[in-house]
Design a protein around this ligand. Sequence first.
Ligand SMILES: [Zn+2]
Length: 334
Amino acid sequence: MATDGDFTYNGGRVEPGETQNIRYGISETYLADPIRIPVTIINGEKSGPTVFLSAAAHGDELNGIEVVREVAHEWNLSELAGTLVCLPILNVPGFLNQQRYLPIYDRDLNRSFPGKEGSTSANRMAHRIYTNFISPCDFGLDFHTSTRGRTNMLHVRANMDDDDVYRLARAFGSNVIIDGEGPDGTLRGEATADGIPTITVEMGEAHRFQRSLIDEALEGVMSVLAEYEMLEYTSVRWPGWRTIIDDNEKTWVRADVGGIVEMLHGPGELVREGESICTISNPFKTESTVTKAPFTGLLVGSLENPVVYPGNPICHLAGLDEQAQNLLEEEQRS
Ligand SMILES: [Zn+2]
């Protein structure tokens, strides 16, 4: 579905060559005030794909907000071929409370898509968002961070069995792609199943802006726009090395004892089989346990909050083929 003309939503239209900043009502508060999400629609003069960029479906995941805002308001898009639908803050009630879930019964907006009219509050909000701003799109990128207390290296999650998602995921140009369908009700999973190829970009931790990750994600967005010929004079980036990890084969390394954790490696690092990943000690530092890497792999994510019960995840370790190992080692030496 190429954009040959106007972008329309319930209540308005954006003509080619026009940009609109709107606040779109998706629900109402206990005070009967509207709950409105910020939306920027940039309709290029030239025709091309319609693409959504969304963030903060989890209200405390902030990195993506800045990615979407900078694309919408700092990039020169005067030569854009196609339309960008920028949705920096999907979960406005969660954002206002700086929490992951909708404050109303702690519902997860990112398990409520595509939403439903006449249903729960979360479903109604999701429905308003989905029908107006996701349905008209050809593909999309949804930005997330790790859950509070954990962090992860920038990576893409995508259903690589879908050829169109495969193209989009590779175009983003991250080192790591985790391949899987995603749970029911996620924006990525539901939009993809609905014929709108969508990837999730996971980056860093909640509650903060991490400039280097934001810059890396902006390069990814630029690379996607290059792949679909939406901006001239841009090129698709090659990240230097790439690995695609099956979602079912990712391994959480878990604590076997309770205590206080000292991490010896961080996200993005290669750890060798048998190498120490962290130590877990008691309050007196009289006893400590070393947790070792069960195989050689890439540390995709790890805990930030340094306390564990036995069984709590310490880090997310992904196996790498030899070529990726060598390229990553080379990169880490330079
Ligand atoms: Zn999230």
